[in-house]
Design a protein around this ligand. Structure first.
Ligand SMILES: Nc1nc2c(c(=O)[nH]1)N[C@H]1C(S)=C(S)[C@@H](COP(=O)(O)O)O[C@H]1N2
Ligand SMILES: [Mo]
Length: 171
């Protein structure tokens, strides 16, 4: 039995969660880097929702638990002009750009359906955007870096292209 209704995909080459840590850096006054042990110092929240992939499948009523992204962003002290963030991953080359306000409202999920988030679904930490209008590629698995910026780093965003080219290839 899979841990959830999420289908399992191959873990990209090079994803090695030993020594995983999560940084918040860029346009912040106090960059932070937290490891697995530090995670429990942050408050946790719960979010339940369906997860819909552009490829045509939906996993219904997933129950996520994790740290509100706002807690991490705030603790690093974003600059007054901070407007966006690039979220990066152990998955080399995968990067997703968010307006900072949207990122603040999302969850850095550590648990799925009451279990520690399995590595195949992005453990130890997966970004879960909150709300109906999120795109599947915004749910960055194996998050390692939230890089705060003062302008829209459009050219940094690779997640959508990676996800859509994978969908095209499977059709
Ligand atoms: N790092 C990373 N995160 C990612 C992706 C990816 O290729 N790399 N794919 C995205 C897409 S398109 C989907 S549909 C979901 C799939 O989640 P799952 O593998 O847990 O089913 O992960 C998202 N997050
Ligand atoms: Mo997707």
């Amino acid at each position: 039995m899979p841990v959830s209704g999420l289908p399992t995909h191959d873990i990209p080459e090079g994803v090695d969660i030993d020594g995983w840590s999560l940084r918040v850096d860029g346009a912040v006054s106090a960059p932070i880097e937290i490891d697995r042990g530090d995670l429990r110092e942050y408050p946790m929240t719960h979010y339940a929702g369906d997860f819909e992939c552009e490829a045509g499948w939906t996993a219904e009523n997933l129950s996520w638990r994790g740290i509100p992204a706002n807690e991490l962003v705030e603790s690093a002290g974003p600059s007054a002009d901070a407007s966006h963030a690039v979220v990066r991953s152990l998955h080399e080359g995968y990067a997703c750009v968010f307006p900072l306000e949207r990122l603040r409202g999302s969850v850095i999920a550590l648990e799925l359906d009451g279990e520690p988030l399995p590595v195949e679904h992005g453990g130890p930490a997966r970004l879960v955007p909150v709300g109906q209008d999120a795109d599947c590629w915004e749910s960055v698995k194996w998050v390692t870096d939230i890089n705060v910026t003062e302008e829209d780093p459009v050219t940094e965003d690779s997640a959508k292209d990676i996800a859509l080219s994978r969908i095209d290839a499977s059709e």
